[in-house]
Design a protein around this ligand. Structure first.
Ligand SMILES: [Zn+2]
Length: 180
């Protein structure tokens, strides 16, 4: 998987809720860092916005010519394996879930998910910062504050986190892994 931060969402002429992703950056294979990626198709990804409306995002499937791995190219409005848009999840994690048209059970689940993955995210950000020789002072608790020390508090922090962790191949799919 690859997360894009520079792209355009082109509305579909027939379906008003459908958007095609037009990348404006050069994607790099997160496994072998090769730039030789070939588009081999696309697929529809559904997403829910803050009003509870369903959107369809058409994302590209890329194949690395070098390591042969297949990657989906996600715009940073999405979080891998999550149905809500990144900014909705961000609002929920910031304790502003009342602004989102969302079931309480979804709010609970997303908070649980983040509780499970938080330490892993913080460690991934810390190791990326070390590799890039960036010194950041980040405390241990609360985990959300520690994570924001790496990516800043400004809106879009979750999108920045996801981009770094995915594009360095550090994401883990936690549907079951961290659930008690
Ligand atoms: Zn590769």
């Amino acid at each position: 998987m690859i997360i894009l931060s520079k792209y355009k969402l082109i509305p579909d002429k027939v379906n008003g809720n459908k958007r095609r992703v037009k990348s404006e950056e050069k994607s790099i294979c997160p496994i072998c860092l090769s730039e030789a990626l070939k588009v081999i198709g696309s697929r529809n990804r559904s997403a829910i916005n803050s009003k509870g409306e369903n959107l369809i995002i058409v994302i590209r499937r890329l194949k690395c010519r070098f390591c042969k791995k297949i990657h989906h190219e996600l715009p940073d409005i999405l979080v891998p394996y999550k149905r809500y848009l990144s900014k909705c999840i961000e609002a929920i994690l910031d304790g502003q879930g009342d602004r989102i048209s969302c079931e309480n059970s979804s709010i609970y689940r997303l908070n649980q998910w983040f509780k499970g993955i938080g330490i892993h995210i913080k460690r991934s950000l810390a190791s990326t910062a070390t590799r890039m020789n960036v010194k950041i002072k980040s405390g241990g608790e609360p985990i959300l504050k520690a994570i924001k020390a790496y990516v800043g508090e400004a809106p879009g922090w979750l999108a920045r986190v996801v981009r770094i962790v995915i594009n360095t191949n550090n994401w883990v799919h936690t549907r079951y892994a961290f659930m008690a």
